[in-house]
Design a protein around this ligand. Sequence first.
Ligand code: T68
Length: 835
Amino acid sequence: SQPKTPSKDDSEFRDYSHSEISRDVATIKNSVVMHLTATFLRTPASIDSAHAYLASAFSVRDRLLQRWNLTNEYHDKIGAKRVYYMSLEFLIGRTFDNALLALGLRQEYSKVLGDVGFCLEDIIDEERDAALGNGGLGRLAACYVDSMACSNYPGWGYGLRYKYGMFQQQILNGYQVEAPDCWLDSPNPWEFPRPDVTYPVKFYGHLVRDPHSEHRFKWESNVVYDAMAFDVPVPGYGTTNVGNIRLWSCKTNTLFDLNKFNSGDYQGATGGQVAAQILTDVLYPNDNTNDGKELRLRQEYLFCSATMQDILARFRKTNRPLSELPDLAAIQLNDTHPTLGVPELMRILIDDEGLSWDEAWDITTRTFAFTNHTILPEAMEKWPVPMLDKILPRHMGIIYDINLFFLQKVEKQFPGDRELLNKISIIEESNPQQVRMAFLACVGSHKVNGVAAIHSDIIKQTIFKDFVRIQGEDKFINKTNGVSPRRWMNECNPDMSDLITEVVGDRSWVNDLTKVKQLEGKLEDVNFRERWWAAKQKNKERLAEYILTTTGIKVSAHALFDIQVKRIHEYKRQLMNIFSVIYRYHLLKQMSPEQREQEVPRVVIFAGKAASGYWVAKQVIKLINSVAEVVNSDEEIGDVLKVVFIPDYSVTAAEVIIPASDISQHISTAGTEASGTSNMKFVLNGGIILGTVDGANIEIGEEIGEEQIFFFGCLAHEVEDFRHYLRFNQPKPDSALQTAFDMIQRNTFGDAQLFQPLIDAIMRGGDVYLLSVDFPSYIEAHKAVEEAYRSHDEWVTKSILSVARMAKFSSDRSIQEYAEEVWNIEPQPVLNCGL
Ligand code: T68
């Protein structure tokens, strides 16, 4: 039977839910103690930091919840248009500290925890990361929902609730070993199960044609899973707005089979459940690669179907005609992974709602927009037609029709150009045929964007070249990425944040990064400069401590901290970095002790995960650790050079590592890194970039001035010629690179056989990523860095100027651009609610 609604009007409830819970220390203390005892069954004798964290988190979330309810209620009431950011990944990290800062209750909780005998920092450390993403793409999604909440845009993230997030990386004997990330083993205060929001999702089966309509089908199947919603609050800083990420979890749709259970078949009784759970069990740990697994396709469809059903359910409550869907909903596809949302919306509109093909197509293309994050060929999503046809027969049919109508249009526009039709067809004529998801996403969207200026240009000249010709220039735009100043400055770098606050006069820069410009006025202030340096120094000491506890390696916080942290990938060229370290080691070994004294001491820091199936990337990790072992134990070298590989890179590790950099490396082969976002985080935290002319490095250079950045290497437009040359000619490593090869081959770092394939990839494999081409200028750039670092003064000037000019790289700016140019939505701050 239907649940009953209250018999009275809602004023009592409304009054209560619209008045903010008291913010004083006594009330907070009460609520923490209440959760400790009532929610977690602790007695004074059994309190520990883990439960102190949970109780504090639950008490914070009580406060967040109220605002969260109000936000959604308000946006519904005013009929606001919402954006739905569809992403298979949300790399959130921790939420507790973020929520405390957003609510402005950090000091209060610090006091309360102090009173019961804990230190807030230790309690914060009890939280496990929500690591539902691989790297840049997933972290970008998290920054974007943060910006939507802080800028009062009505918007939700949609994703999957993986039971196991990004694997944990251990280093054993120098090798990466993966362990499962069981992040849900303890209670998660930051999610709300919504059993009432559950949708059935079908797979396999067969089609029955509707006798009355050419385009309508009935899709019959008895393989049905249920997708159940879990909502994750996104605290807005300096606003009562709270955003939402809705994550789907897969469960069985077949009920527990009591008959089987009673007859002793315990497995059979829950068999459906076991099979169903697998769909949202694990995040695919691939960054910038597509492995084409059937399970991944089923994950993607579960996600898309549940999300489209949910968006339409919300829309139907407004009683507006479906043709107005694009006036109430904008859907952004975070790369091609959610592209099945396009045929899924078509299916619902045609088969379930009875719309004509043209009506459905008009609604669909006005609703969707698509962001491309890479042009690496190995990352391009393609699904074999037979696989799609088996799992999603109706969608395969719809994709064929989308393609047919598209090709017919193009044929009219460019009569007789068969080659063109072949090039742009959504179906690739290979054996077996493949569905090109990037083309499907492009055709199904009204806007397509890249993530940095150079990248948006490149996609217009390469994968979408013909589409620009067919569909017009205006459809293809740039939206340079950004990062959240809340997490990536205010939260992770308290001392520097206090300095900025002092200059600006208040903390409003956290939501309006243009205000950091005022730092330029402090350039000549000797005292300020000293304190700036001291803040950086303190961050370096914090990192030195972290390195000691995670690796056992002792490093001097007075050395230059040279950092490269990101996923391990050939195009990102960690290999080039470690070759240069080997060369540096060689040079140091040639010097007299007096000469070595004169060198700038350096700690070279690496961190990052390799996809579990990516052998070359894993060998690179082994090489880094092998070099570290030799160099760090060489007494002659001492503190002049240390090499560190920090295990298990994560959002939380990044929050310690990034604020401590003197230089950070962003050294992808030109044209391969679409944007990069850690480059922005490092500069925002007063670090200097050593990088190639690639991705967002270019725009960062334009904003902060080329004196503040160390560029090297060949340019994107030169890459093709070099690659062509190297396909037919042996690379000619300069003497520095040759020295590094020689040292490896002389077993300096253990068995040379282990690393020979890495050298072979350059010397015999065509050196696809152009290490031999860029190495000489890379070494020169390192020298320039060293010279600049010797002058303390010059360095501080670069650091302050850089931060002052980073306003553009706030994700608030990116989101505002999307809102205005793609989504057509407006800020809707929650008003008049009494909070
Ligand atoms: C990254 N892409 C870009 N992909 O490499 C980076 N791939 O330059 C950019 O800054 C960032 O996106 C944000 O725009 C990725 O991170 C993936 O993670 C990925 C995940 C699954 C499958 C393929």
